[in-house]
Design a protein around this ligand. Structure first.
Ligand code: DOR
Ligand code: ZN
Ligand code: ZN
Length: 425
C-alpha cells in the first residue's frame, strides 16, 4: 500500500514557478513525483487541494530545554511546535541541565525524541564541559553517542586556544564546530544592542563588535585547522563582511540567520517588553539590510529560528532582567513568506531553499528535498490563508514572541515525517 499526496503545487526551480504534481510515498520514502496520480484501490490519499507541497523545513538551531528546563519546553511540546511550523528536522542546542556534555545526556535526548518526539531531533554536544569554557568535552564518545556537531551555544568560547583545540579535534573526527559568537569582554550586562533604542532609554548596549570579533577570530582558526565552522545567528553587518571575505578565501565557513534579524531592527522595539529581548539582540536597520543581502548572495547559507522558549513569569521580569530568547517555530514561515515573498523581494523557491535543501547540504542530511528516494518529510502550506499570530494557541510552552497580533499569510496545514502525518491543522 502506498500513500499519495495528490493535487499539490511543487516549486519548479527551472520554470521558476509552482507546478501541479502528485507524490507517491512508499515505506516512508518518496517513490515518485508524478504528473498523474495512478492511485491504487488500497492506497491512502491525501488531497493537497492545490496547496503548496514542500520538503519539510529543517531548523539547525533550536532549544528544546529538556533535560532540566521542562517548565519552558520539553521534547514533546517542542517537537509539536516544530511540526506546527512545518519543520520535520530540528537540531537542538546543548544548554540544558545537565548540559549535553556526556554520552549519557546525548542518549537521553535521543531516547526521549524517539519516544515522545514527533519530528526528527538531532542533538549537538557541548564544546566545553558544562559550557564553562574551561575543559573540552570528549568529542569522540559524544560523536559515538549520536551528537552531530559541537557548540557552546548560549555563550561564546572565550579562549582562542580552547577554540583552536576544539576545531582540530572536531576536524579529526569529521565533525563541524558551531559557534555562538560573543566576546564577553565587550558585553557588560546589556540587554539590547548599542544604538538608538539603548540611547533613548539610557541603557547599556551590546556592541556589534562583540559578535564580529569572534567571527573574525574563528574564521582564522577555521582556516588554520581546516574544520567546517558554522556561525550561529548572524546579526551584524561586520560579521557578514567577515564571512563573505572568509568564503572568498576558501575557508570552510557557513552561517545562519534568524527570521527576527531579517525582519526587525532595534528601532521597531515598542517598549521595554522582554518579548523583544534575544541574543544576539535586534540590531540597526543597516545591519538588517546587511544580513538580508548576505542571505541573498549566499554569504549566509540558511535560515534557523533559534527557537528559545521561556516562561511567562521569566519574561515578565522586564527587559533588563528577563532571559534572552524568543520562540520561533510557529511564526517562521508565514513571517518570511509575508515579508519577503509576498512583497516580491524573494521567490518562493529561494525561501524554501534556505529552509530545506541549504541546511541539508551544509550538514550533509538526506532530508530537505522532494525527490524520488528521499525521506518522505513533507510540509503542506496554505499560501492563501491569512490570520493573526496568537501566542496563546502555540503548541510550544513558550509564548514569548514579539509577533503576537501580527497578521501573516502562508500557514502550514500538514506535516509528514517519514511518510506519516505527524501534525495537521
Ligand atoms: O536569545 C537567546 N536565547 N540567545 C542565546 O544565545 C541563548 C538562547 C536561550 O537558550 O535562551
Ligand atoms: Zn546563541
Ligand atoms: Zn541558540
Amino acid at each position: 500500500m502506498a500513500t499519495w499526496i495528490v493535487n499539490g503545487k511543487l516549486w519548479d526551480e527551472e520554470a521558476g514557478k509552482l507546478a501541479d504534481k502528485h507524490i507517491k510515498i512508499e515505506n516512508g520514502v518518496i517513490a515518485d513525483i508524478a504528473d498523474r496520480a495512478d492511485t491504487a484501490e488500497n492506497d491512502e490519499v491525501i488531497d493537497a487541494q492545490g496547496k503548496l507541497v514542500s520538503a519539510g523545513f529543517i531548523d539547525m538551531h533550536v532549544h528544546l530545554r529538556e533535560p532540566g528546563f521542562e517548565y519552558k519546553e520539553d521534547i514533546a511540546s517542542g517537537t509539536r511546535s516544530a511540526a506546527a511550523g512545518g519543520f520535520t528536522t530540528i537540531a537542538c542546542m546543548p544548554n540544558t541541565r545537565p548540559v549535553t556534555d556526556t554520552p549519557e545526556t546525548i542518549r537521553y535526548v535521543l531516547d526521549k525524541a524517539a519516544n515522545e518526539g514527533i519530528v526528527k531531533v538531532l542533538p549537538y554536544a557541548a564544546i566545553t564541559k558544562n559550557e564553562l569554557g574551561r575543559e573540552l568535552t570528549d568529542f569522540a564518545v559524544l560523536k559515538e553517542a549520536g551528537a552531530i556537531g559541537f557548540t557552546d551555544d548560549g555563550v561564546g568560547v572565550q579562549n582562542a586556544q580552547m577554540m583552536k583545540d576544539a576545531m582540530k579535534l572536531a576536524h579529526s573526527l569529521g565533525m563541524p564546530v558551531i559557534a555562538h559568537c560573543e566576546d564577553d569582554s565587550l558585553v557588560v550586562g546589556a540587554a539590547v544592542t548599542e544604538g538608538e533604542f539603548a540611547r533613548k532609554h539610557g541603557m547599556k548596549g551590546i556592541p556589534n563588535e562583540s559578535e564580529a570579533i569572534h567571527v573574525g577570530r574563528d574564521a582564522l582558526l577555521a582556516e588554520a585547522t581546516g574544520v567546517h565552522y558554522h556561525v550561529c545567528h548572524v546579526s551584524t553587518e561586520q560579521s557578514v563582511r567577515l564571512i563573505r571575505l572568509a568564503k572568498q578565501n576558501g575557508v570552510r565557513i557557513t552561517a545562519e540567520v534568524c527570521p527576527h534579524h531579517l525582519v526587525l531592527s532595534d528601532e521597531d522595539i515598542p517598549s521595554l517588553d522582554a518579548n523583544w529581548k534575544m541574543n544576539p539582540p535586534l540590531r540597526s536597520p543597516r545591519d538588517v539590510a546587511a544580513v538580508i543581502e548576505g542571505l541573498e548572495d549566499g554569504t549566509l547559507d540558511m535560515i534557523v529560528t533559534d527557537h528559545a522558549p521561556h516562561s511567562a513569569e521569566e519574561k515578565a521580569r522586564g527587559m533588563e532582567l528577563a532571559p534572552f530568547g524568543i520562540v520561533g517555530f510557529e511564526t517562521a514561515f508565514p513571517l518570511l513568506y509575508s515579508k519577503f515573498v509576498q512583497t516580491g523581494k524573494w521567490t518562493l523557491g529561494f525561501l524554501l531553499k534556505r529552509m530545506t535543501s541549504d541546511p541539508a547540504r551544509v550538514f550533509g542530511l538526506s532530508e530537505g528535498q522532494l525527490a524520488a528516494g528521499a525521506p518522505a518529510d513533507i510540509t503542506i502550506v496554505d499560501l492563501d490563508s491569512e490570520r493573526e499570530v496568537e501566542p496563546e494557541k502555540f503548541a510550544s510552552k513558550g509564548k514569548n514572541t514579539p509577533f503576537g497580533g501580527w497578521k501573516l499569510q502562508g500557514w502550514p496545514v500538514l506535516t509528514m515525517v517519514d511518510g506519516k502525518v505527524v501534525w495537521a491543522e
